[in-house]
Design a protein around this ligand. Structure first.
Ligand SMILES: [Zn+2]
Length: 339
């Protein structure tokens, strides 16, 4: 009986040793410990054992069962561990792989430049006013002292909806509309899209943006204009920046001037960026023409004011040292990402 049990035990352990799958372990459990298993059949044959021997044999059967069960549990645990390790290997995360990037956009260089200019003027107490892009000829030209057949119309040739409605060639009509409301004094900037019938090249586009400013109050002089624009230039291009006013002509201002700033690259000594002159032209300005004030219902004997206009793209090109205006409109991500 003992030999039989030893053989059953050894066979079972050998088979367990050789198993490489949980199903096989289950088969072994059924074959040895199940209702019709080998150990069970030994128990069934107990009736042939003399009664005094039975406890001893029973003990041996139980020991054999315990050993086989133990070994089965061990083998099961080791197989499960192996399976887990292999699964981990299969599903391993390679931390060196590039991560999926979340693409977050940002403001266009035009918008960044506009916000910068708005910040400067709002800081000086100006309000930001917007107006229609499709405008009456009356507001775009006539009330700005540019009557029909005036040569200035050639420089600002635009797109015509009909004889009396145009795509605005400047944001000045917003100034006229503000002056007509009759609330004085005025301190405003008018940013927005404007149109000209220009061919596209590195510095021209049929659609671009202007920021115009207007101040109307009693006793406003050219000194106020100079001080304001000098402050603006310093804020925009750095505290060392100087301004230079060159006499110019605009129909809506008198006197008029173009304003240069010292080159922010070389500080005025001359470089490739400023074409050796040390100066960079940035805007046009002047004292509001009495005719313009009068046409908007403001008495030029009581009130005076100044106006200026700057191209938004010009600021963006200068600020970011971009040499071609077309880049601002092509929506090339490789270009726009740089700002
Ligand atoms: Zn320079």
């Amino acid at each position: 009986m003992k030999d039989q049990l030893d053989k059953i035990r050894e066979d079972a352990l050998k088979q367990i040793e050789a198993s490489d799958a949980l199903e096989k372990l289950n088969e072994i459990r059924v074959a040895y410990l199940g209702k019709k298993g080998e150990l069970t059949s030994v128990l069934k044959s107990m009736k042939d054992v003399p009664p005094e021997e039975r406890p001893k044999v029973g003990q041996m059967v139980n020991d054999a069962r315990a050993i086989i069960e133990n070994r089965l549990e061990e083998a099961k645990a080791s197989l499960a561990k192996k399976a887990r390790e292999e699964q981990m290997k299969r599903e391993v995360i390679d931390v060196t792989l590039p991560a999926k990037r979340n693409n977050v956009g940002h403001s266009h260089p035009n918008t960044i430049a506009l916000e910068e200019v708005e910040r400067i003027f709002v800081g000086m107490g100006y309000e930001v006013v917007e107006g229609p892009e499709v405008e009456y000829d009356l507001y775009n030209f006539e009330k700005l002292n540019i009557p029909k057949n005036h040569p200035a119309r050639d420089e600002q040739d635009t797109f015509y909806i009909n004889d009396s409605i145009v795509l605005r060639s400047q944001t000045s009509p917003v100034q006229v509309r503000t002056m007509e409301q009759g609330k004085l004094p005025i301190r405003m900037i008018a940013p927005g899209r404007v149109f000209r019938s220009d061919e596209v090249d590195a510095t021209h586009s049929p659609s671009f943006h202007q920021i115009e400013g207007l101040v109307i109050d009693k006793n406003i002089t050219f000194a106020d204009l100079k001080g304001t624009l000098a402050e603006f230039a310093k804020e925009l291009f750095g505290p060392e920046t100087k301004v230079k006013f060159r006499p110019h002509h605009f129909p809506f201002t008198e006197p008029s001037a173009e304003v240069d700033v010292t080159c922010f690259k070389c500080g005025g000594s001359g470089c490739r960026f400023c074409k050796g002159s040390g100066w960079i032209e940035i805007l046009g300005c002047g004292m509001v023409h009495p005719n313009v004030l009068r046409m908007s219902g403001i008495d030029p004997d009581e009130y005076s004011g100044f106006a200026f206009g700057v191209g938004l793209e010009r600021i963006a090109l200068l600020k970011y040292e971009i040499d071609d205006m077309r880049l601002l409109y092509e929506n090339d991500i490789r270009f726009l990402r740089q700002f």
